[in-house]
Design a protein around this ligand. Structure first.
Ligand code: FO1
Length: 304
């Protein structure tokens, strides 16, 4: 089994690419839940849903979240009423959150609901939230502390971040199977997701970081930073604001104790020696997954 530590879009694309070279039934994605939120009484899990929708071929490529061919009648009506419509929930997407919330109220765990949604959509990879317990990424700013989606969506990640914290991390327990799958996987892949706000919340669940470190030789990370910039989202900006270098070398330093190998993009080839100086092996390829051949090449590289 291949284990993939996963955030949202970058991880979803890598998981889709892995299908080209590996049986999806033998892939387990351990997914960040630090972005999860409660809104309108509903439990919303953006990274789990992005991965599920992408692997089901239903994702909205333009938005990078939600479903394709979506309609917005509920949000438009809510906005007309003066309700909280800043976090846009499409009409069909709402069904996912209604279903999840109902199942959680009935006593199901987040992991169980995730498996039910994946099965419904014909997704054969095993998708597991890193924990069933509450875990919330928080941003320290000059205007006070912001929740993940206040920072990301309401403020368009356009506010200087001074610190990050993970509410609930010290008491969260890994979901069933998380530690076991890390301990027994043939390969553990750290997806090209944001190291600070997608991967760190996974590692912060007690026992997970130690489990990954114990497998360091089999851990391959993919840099989400290419030529100093993130493909999507604020990874470059956050790395810089929080005192890291926004480059594949900065990513190598973040993953030094966790990963034996870092896959970097061709455009960063000249920085390979500096990554090696951090104690990681380097593989150089195209990491953007712009077309099926590039996606296959990256998948082969992470499994090599
Ligand atoms: N991102 C936005 O930029 N605006 C939105 O209105 C928005 C709604 C939304 C609804 C459901 C969902 O699963 C994701 C949604 N996202 C939205 C994306 C999401 O907040 C972030 O991209 C992730 O949390 C970052 O990984």
């Amino acid at each position: 089994v291949i284990v993939v530590l996963s955030g949202g879009v970058g991880a979803a694309r890598l998981l889709r690419a892995l299908r080209r070279v590996h049986d999806p039934a033998e892939v387990t994605a351990i997914v960040n839940v630090g972005d999860d939120l409660e809104l309108h009484g509903l439990t919303i899990c953006p990274d789990l849903d992005t991965i599920t929708y992408t692997l089901a071929g239903l994702n909205n490529e333009e938005l990078g979240w939600g479903l394709r061919g979506e309609s917005w009648r509920v949000m438009d009506e809510l906005a007309a009423l003066g309700g909280a419509a800043w976090f846009r929930l499409g009409d069909r997407d709402l069904a996912t959150h209604l279903f999840r919330t109902q199942r959680l109220r009935e006593g199901a765990t987040k992991a169980q609901v995730t498996a039910e949604l994946a099965e419904h959509h014909g997704v054969t990879e095993r998708l597991v939230p890193v924990t069933n317990d509450p875990l919330a990424t928080r941003f320290g700013t000059d205007e006070g502390e912001l929740s993940f989606q206040e920072y990301f969506v309401a403020r368009h990640h356009d506010v200087v971040v001074r610190s990050l914290s993970l509410r609930g991390a010290s008491t969260a327990r890994p979901a069933p199977g998380v530690l076991e799958s890390i301990a027994t996987a043939r390969r553990i892949v750290i997806a090209p997701s944001n190291p600070l706000i997608s991967i760190e919340p996974i590692l912060a669940v007690p026992g997970v970081r130690e489990a990954v470190i114990a497998r360091r030789g089999d851990v391959v990370a993919v840099s989400p930073i290419i030529a100093g910039a993130a493909l999507k989202g604020p990874a470059d900006r956050l790395l810089h604001e929080l005192g890291h270098e926004a480059s594949c070398v900065g990513v190598a330093r973040c993953y030094q104790e966790l990963a034996g190998t870092l896959v970097i993009d061709q455009r960063d080839e000249r920085r390979a020696p500096e990554v090696r100086d951090c104690g990681l092996d380097v593989r150089v390829t195209t990491t953007i997954m712009a077309d099926p051949d590039d996606a296959r090449r990256l998948a082969q590289e992470v499994l090599a």
